[in-house]
Ligand binder design. Structure first.
Ligand SMILES: O=C(CO)[C@@H](O)[C@@H](O)COP(=O)(O)O
Length: 234
């Protein structure tokens, strides 16, 4: 069942080591089939050198295995929650990419410090706590913490405008319309994390944020809206 989805998710997972975003078995990629109400995800603890398309696990939106002989990623509850919470996302990536993990371990958002950032993320990439047990089990409304959904909902952040988050002390999650779009965003996040680190090191005196008009211009030009200096045409 869903052999094509497994192949797609296998290829997206293999793009992580190919782009130096993971080491050993760390990280995982998934993609959802919303019509069937399932998503395919990397099995837990499997080295990328040994991974095969048939190893990809199919799970439902509660994270229960529907098809597969291996255990799904230990991050499956996070993937499942995000698919349930944000209906527009189609693929999710988690990595331990070094520069994004440095910001996650420091508990610091990745600042929108330049146009490279603005082309993909319409603002700082926020930090959030890992999901609570209640959220994972579906009782999101009970949570008043700083977890991923709470941070985005509290600050009214459009997850498609800022398709990434740094989970405290752990690492980045990125997402997109499909698995490869999420991989693209994971690559960009680690590059702009390194750029921001160097910028903040070189220029400790001033705010490294890019001016709002440049953020608008670069983000909306790439994402379908006409943006003019200081004015956004809807
Ligand atoms: O960091 C952790 C576990 O602490 C995980 O995100 C990472 O190792 C990937 O785990 P999985 O192999 O997907 O279960």
């Amino acid at each position: 069942m869903l052999e094509e989805l497994k192949q797609t998710v296998y290829e997206a997972n293999m793009a992580l080591p190919a782009n130096n975003l993971v080491t050993l078995t760390w990280g995982n990629v998934s993609q959802i089939d919303r019509d069937k109400g399932v998503f395919a995800i990397k099995p837990s603890g499997v080295d990328y050198n040994a991974l095969k398309p048939e190893d990809i696990v199919i799970v439902d939106l509660d994270g229960h295995v529907v098809e597969g002989n291996l255990n799904p990623s230990s991050d499956t509850p996070t993937h499942a929650f995000l698919y349930r919470h944000w209906p527009d996302i189609g693929g999710i990536v988690h990595t331990h990419s070094k520069w994004a993990v440095a910001f996650a371990q420091a508990g610091m958002a990745v600042p929108a410090a330049g146009t490279t950032h603005a082309d993909t993320f319409y603002g700082d990439v926020p930090v959030a706590d890992k999901l609570t047990k209640e959220e994972v089990e579906g009782a999101y409304e009970l949570n008043t913490g700083k977890s991923i959904a709470r941070v985005f909902d509290r600050d009214h952040i459009d997850p498609m405008a800022i398709p990434g988050v740094l989970t405290n002390d752990h690492g980045p999650f990125t997402w997109g319309e499909n698995a490869m779009a999420a991989v693209h965003n994971a690559i960009v996040l680690d590059v702009v994390s390194e750029m921001a680190y160097h910028t903040m090191t070189l220029d400790t005196a001033t705010d490294v944020h890019v001016p709002q008009y440049l953020l608008d211009k670069h983000y909306f030009r790439k994402h379908g809206k006409n943006a003019y200096y200081g004015q956004v045409q809807s």
